[in-house]
Design a protein around this ligand. Structure first.
Ligand code: URA
Length: 201
């Protein structure tokens, strides 16, 4: 990895730009491949993430892994991070002042990764990265061009755990993501176990 990525990670790990630094256990910088063509952005770490220092390791994280597997992806093929890198107490939404303090780290991550595709996981990321008036129920699944990236938002995995009725729409979004990856991400090899044929006896 170029030194700049490590330098950014080190700087972020020492951040004291907002009050979340007083209650955090870890700074959750991100996980996956910093050279990935696909970047997934959630909201903020929860209790499990704060404990382990890795994004999406709780129940929602397991569900996200299952979602990725549906389209032949795993954590080694994407990069995953959040709008805010430290846990908001009580799992509340990150405040605007916290997002403002933290968003520079995400912009710098984006500048280093230079992803072809950015997927916002949920309302908070979509409002911050696409449009402050973004309506997740109406605008999810729609592709836009933002700063040279193809950008789309889908439901947050926690929302899909809470409300299984949303899962068919999320599945449509995943299939759309899969098609977009095939179109614009030549270096992202999707697993296709269903095309491998039956196991030989
Ligand atoms: N929810 C998020 O938005 N991010 C995480 O890392 C975990 C849960």
């Amino acid at each position: 990895m170029p030194e700049t990525w490590r330098a950014l990670e080190r700087e972020c790990a020492q951040c004291r730009e907002c009050a979340l630094c007083q209650t955090r256990h870890s700074v959750v910088f991100g996980t996956g491949n910093p050279q990935a063509e696909v970047l997934l952005v959630g909201e903020a770490p929860g209790a499990n993430e704060d404990e382990q220092g890795i994004p999406f390791v709780g129940r929602a994280g397991k569900f996200l892994d299952d979602m990725l597997a549906i389209i032949g992806l795993d954590r080694t093929k994407v990069y995953i991070t959040n709008i805010v890198k430290c846990r908001p107490p009580g799992n509340r939404d990150p405040l605007n002042v916290e997002q403002d303090a933290c968003i520079g780290y995400l912009y710098r991550q984006i500048a280093l990764i230079r992803p072809k595709i950015l997927v916002c996981l949920g309302r908070v990321a979509a409002k911050r990265l696409i449009d402050p008036k973004f309506l997740i129920t109406k605008e999810r699944g729609q592709w836009r061009d933002v700063d040279g990236m193809r950008v789309m938002a889908t439901y947050h995995p926690s929302a899909l755990l809470r409300d299984p009725a949303k899962r068919p729409e999320a599945f449509d979004d995943l299939k759309s993501l899969q098609r977009e990856i095939e179109r614009v991400c030549p270096n992202t090899a999707l697993d296709r176990p269903w095309e491998a044929g039956p196991p030989s006896s």
